[in-house]
Design a protein. Structure first.
Length: 91
């Protein structure tokens, strides 16, 4: 994973070589932070941080969530939605 990112022009900031929970943290040429990490039960997390965001006012939502709101709940429950396309058929 690391070699591919380096060849693609990313500056590697940190690496977690853990066999169960690997992760790579990188920066693009134009300053965006990019990370790919794996958590429990194979959950993948891809995150991007923007270097060019200005603080601005954001209006409150005008509709209710169409699913459960986990506000104030910790730990947040694991996802329990199965998809024929995205969900693996085997562990």
């Amino acid at each position: 994973m690391e070699r591919f990112w380096r060849k693609s022009g990313y500056q590697i900031r940190a690496i977690n070589n853990d066999l169960e929970f690997p992760a790579v943290y990188a920066r693009t040429r134009d300053g965006f932070g990019v990370s790919l990490s794996f958590g429990g039960k194979g959950q993948a997390f891809f995150e991007v941080d923007s270097p060019c965001v200005q603080v601005s006012e954001v209006a409150s939502p005008t509709t209710s969530p169409n699913g459960p709101s986990y506000e104030g709940v910790y730990p947040i429950p694991r996802p329990n939605i199965r998809s024929p396309f995205w969900s693996a058929g085997a562990p």
